[in-house]
Write a new protein. Structure first.
Length: 59
């Protein structure tokens, strides 16, 4: 495995400054974003309103 690179040889700007695969912080941010996305999907499907089917009336 490669040694820890603090990103001293890379000058990132914008989005790449926070999400990159060269620094520990950048990798951590990817993990946090992935977990947050999965959690949002779970919460969406858990709490979305259920479709109501019309009641069948007796004849």
């Amino acid at each position: 495995m490669a040694s820890h690179d603090s990103g001293s040889q890379h000058q990132f700007t914008g989005f790449q400054k926070y999400f990159n695969s060269y620094t520990i912080i950048g990798r951590r941010n990817y993990v946090i974003a992935t977990y947050a996305g999965v959690a949002l999907l779970v919460l969406y499907f858990k709490f979305r309103p259920k479709k109501q089917t019309p009641a069948v009336t007796a004849k």
